[in-house]
Write a new protein. Structure first.
Length: 292
């Protein structure tokens, strides 16, 4: 008997599914045979047929067979999906993630192995049917589940040991922290005693500092008042200076105008103006001559 490389329980499950598939395959073949038989009984009643009649009969037969085979293939696909769903549901209860390799579904060597297994199983089942019936055996325990449970228990024990080790480490750290806290409390008490002794001296120093601050504040206010008065005086002086500057500028402008007027009245200015007028006339004359 050919083996599939699985345990006895799973192999029995495979055999059960192969019997179901063989039964469905036989039903499909019977349906196809009935299609041909119906054609023979309903159409082949004459001795001779034309080519068109034969083509018409074959087309009708093809349509019926195609529909039956397609329906059976679709139903087989859905059946396989339901089977996978059962397996995946059982695996998920144990927090397993199954994987499939679709490329193995076209492996000719594996397909031949399954065919040989089916053939040997069918032969052995025929022999068992002629012999005395055998009482069914009890289903074996779920070995995969037990193994997974043992692994889970071992993993939990390992995690427990890790937690115990971590707890001991935390206890050690907590003890060290308590010791450190005691030392800090003692240091705090010592510091409070020292502060109590220094409190009187501190009060005296604070009083002296307050007096110094008051004196500095008084001096600052006096300086501020003096600065305000000086600022006001400077602002008034600035306004007066601006007025004087405007007055001087006005006087300077008047003096420039009078100086220009006097310069125009001099003989040198008049002679220069006559010379410039003559030169302009000569230039105009030269331009006219050049243009001619």
């Amino acid at each position: 008997q050919a083996e599939l490389g699985v345990n006895e329980h799973h192999q029995n499950e495979v055999v059960s599914y192969m019997r179901f598939a063989r039964f469905k395959r036989g039903m499909c073949l019977k349906t196809v045979d009935s299609c041909f038989q119906d054609l023979k009984d309903s159409r082949l009643v004459e001795e001779t047929f034309t080519v068109d009649e034969v083509i018409d009969m074959l087309d009708g037969l093809q349509s019926v067979v195609h529909s039956e085979v397609e329906s059976e293939l679709i139903n087989t696909t859905y059946t396989n999906v339901l089977l996978l769903r059962q397996l995946f549901s059982q695996a998920e209860k144990w927090y397993l993630k199954l994987q499939t390799d679709v490329s193995d579904l076209e492996n000719r060597e594996l397909l031949d192995q399954v065919a040989e297994f089916e053939k040997s199983e069918y032969t052995s089942s025929n022999k068992k049917s002629t012999a005395d019936p055998i009482k069914p055996k009890l289903a074996p325990l779920n070995e995969g589940g037990s193994e997974l449970l043992n692994k889970t228990v071992a993993h939990l024990q390992e995690e427990n040991e890790k937690l115990k080790t971590r707890l001991r480490t935390i206890e050690t750290q907590a003890t060290a922290a308590l010791d450190e806290k005691s030392k800090l409390e003692k240091s705090l008490r010592d510091l409070q005693m020292i502060q109590g002794d220094q409190k009187n001296n501190t009060n005296q120093d604070i009083t002296e500092l307050e007096n110094k601050v008051a004196a500095l504040k008084s001096q600052f206010e006096k300086t501020l008042n003096d600065s305000t008065a000086n600022q006001k005086f400077l602002e008034e002086d600035l306004v007066t200076t601006k007025h004087d500057l405007l007055k001087v500028q006005d006087q300077l402008s008047t003096a420039e105008k009078e100086l220009e007027k006097k310069f125009q009245q001099t003989a040198a200015y008049r002679n220069m103006k006559e010379i410039l007028t003559k030169k302009n006339e000569q230039i105009k004359d030269l331009r006219r001559r050049l243009s001619k």
